[in-house]
Design a protein. Structure first.
Length: 573
């Protein structure tokens, strides 16, 4: 189990304890442990092996022993006991936005609600509004949340699936008989959610590889197994499929396992027009002979096409561009020169300004904008005007320590209030190097209200960037209902950057919206919204979104040299 999976168990323990009415201090102890586990850069499993679990903040002897039990057996008696004490379906109720453990407990004990279906029936019957502290608006919000829950795909976020897949690849590449092991499918295309982990192997001994994979400790159960393919369920619930092909056929196999269905149909149609038949095994020629492809690039070359980057293989014009030699030069992680949206322990971050700066420098970045929250976001420890000005002194001190290695800038993530006003007066905003305005609350406003609110922020001459523009959370919360065409038009008019927030729980703007914004001429930025040094590594997820959006370095503000960015911010070209 990885850190996120272990943390999820402790989050659920806290939920279950709260449902059962346990003391707040006990509930909070498990929540603190979960957060610490999630944010620990070292693998918890390795710390357990070394007997160092109690070095994790909030993890004492009792919780350490529960982590040991979970890691060694895949189960925890304490957790199982809590689950058994609560109706099974009530766990699902916690997945509904606006329903926390306390509400779930009330619905269960006062209305007999033990499932999402029960909750929906009670809400539609008007029963929720009869509870103390609930009203018609609360009931309506819950119904909207249930509808959003039912629209979810049941897929895993890329932030969960990719680390699991990468750990499997490491093991596969060390197995006897494996000549090459690669990701395919949605993960290789960097889609934001994943159905299955697809793994493609080149080997001359498929039975050996299939058997070795099925026997890995991460595999909870084998769903199906043949000589060249195996489908499994992993610990944590993810599904994985592994295909094994001979080395000389690996190129077409890898291409087939990567492309979307629509992209692959286009390739097969092109092959047929040339008198060829294309499958994962290779090309079949009109005379019945085979053309075997070991290198994926050659599969495209046979069809008279340039190699198509995996992120573009969605049948969104990439075939025509490949034929015309007009595929874009896509932005890469190495192109990013700076980070425009990072937090420190002045608000809700977990590290000092200097620690964040040192981490950015070690990653090769040359500039970093500290963008702590503004005063109205109290839950995130937002900065008053006095604290914001005091922070500048610490930034200056850190800059002296850094020298010329990295340039520190002071920004702020300023809350866009429900009426469109900003959380700091203009006089304060004018003191900052870069102002990011963001939506965090009142996301259920009508489309005209929500759009007008965002447009008002962009029209403020001090606002340089809109952070995570819709406010959505992948597989968790729908964003504000915005007229994005109008948002993009005004962003272009006001020279306001739009963020691709790289955190895998956000990925906002998404690839479709980012591509449209870029087509209209908007400038975008790929930021991690880092709250601790390790979060800076999340930039690869934002780069994946940008590549799916067909973006090159010139369209990404923080791929520019600092002088060019500062000139743009000051109104230059």
């Amino acid at each position: 189990m990885d850190n996120r999976e272990v943390a999820a168990v402790f989050d659920r323990i806290a939920d279950l304890l709260e449902i059962q009415g346990e003391a707040v201090y006990r509930v909070n102890a498990y929540r603190r442990a979960a957060e610490s586990i999630r944010s620990t850069s070292e693998e918890v499993a390795a710390m357990a092996t070394a007997g160092r679990l109690q070095q994790i903040p909030g993890v004492g002897e009792a919780i350490a022993s529960k982590i040991d039990e979970l890691l060694s057996s895949g189960r925890m008696a304490f957790y199982d006991k809590l689950v058994a004490a609560v109706p099974e379906g009530l766990i699902g109720v916690l997945e509904i936005q606006d329903v926390g453990p306390k509400k779930a407990a009330r619905f269960w004990k006062e209305l007999g609600v033990t499932s999402v279906d029960d909750l929906e029936a009670a809400a539609r019957a008007g029963k929720l509004r009869g509870l103390a502290g609930m009203g018609e608006k609360s009931e309506t919000r819950i119904l909207v949340s249930i509808e959003a829950y039912r629209r979810r795909s049941g897929r895993a976020s890329i932030g969960v699936a990719l680390p699991s897949a990468e750990r499997l690849l490491v093991k596969l590449r060390g197995m006897p008989g494996v000549r090459q092991a690669e990701l395919g499918g949605s993960l290789r295309r960097w889609r934001e959610t994943i159905g299955d982990i697809d793994l493609v192997i080149a080997s001359d001994d498929s039975a050996l590889v299939v058997g070795g994979f099925a026997a890995l400790p991460e595999v909870r159960r084998v769903r199906s197994q043949g000589e060249t393919k195996v489908s499994v369920e992993l610990e944590g619930g993810l599904q994985a499929q592994l295909w094994v092909h001979p080395v000389e056929r690996f190129g077409t196999a890898w291409q087939y396992a990567t492309g979307s269905q629509a992209h692959n149909v286009r390739l097969r149609e092109r092959a047929q027009a040339m008198g060829l038949s294309l499958s994962e095994h290779g090309f079949r020629q009109p005379d019945g002979g085979e053309l075997l492809i070991a290198q994926e690039q050659h599969a495209y070359n046979v069809l008279g096409l340039a190699w198509v980057p995996p992120e573009l293989r969605e049948d969104r014009g990439e075939m025509q561009a490949a034929e015309a030699g007009a595929l874009p030069v896509l932005v890469t992680e190495a192109d990013l020169r700076g980070e425009l949206h990072a937090h420190s322990n002045w608000s809700d971050g977990g590290a000092t300004i200097l620690e964040m700066a040192e981490a950015a420098s070690e990653l090769g970045l040359t500039y970093l904008v500290i963008s702590d929250h503004s005063q109205s976001l109290g839950v995130a420890g937002g900065l008053s005007v006095d604290r914001l000005r005091a922070q500048r002194q610490e930034i200056d001190q850190a800059q002296r320590r850094l020298g010329s290695r990295l340039r520190l800038l002071q920004g702020a993530e300023v809350e866009i209030l429900a009426d469109g006003r900003l959380d700091y007066p203009d006089a304060v905003l004018s003191e900052l190097d870069l102002v990011t305005a963001s939506l965090h609350s009142s996301l259920r406003q009508s489309r005209p209200q929500a759009t007008a609110r965002l447009l008002a922020a962009m029209r403020n001459p001090h606002v340089d960037m809109i952070g995570h523009p819709t406010g959505r959370m992948v597989e968790g919360r729908e964003g504000a209902d915005l007229d994005l065409e109008e948002v993009f038009r005004v962003a272009l008019e006001t020279r306001t950057m739009l963020e691709i927030n790289a955190h895998p729980d956000r990925l906002d703007l998404n690839d479709v919206h980012a591509r449209r914004a870029s087509e209209l001429g908007c400038l975008l930025a790929i930021n991690t919204d880092a709250h601790r040094p390790s979060d800076l590594l999340l930039r690869r997820f934002g780069v994946g979104v940008a590549r799916r959006a067909w973006l090159g370095p010139p369209q990404v503000a923080n791929a520019w040299p600092l002088d060019d960015l500062l000139a743009w911010l000051s109104g230059g070209a």
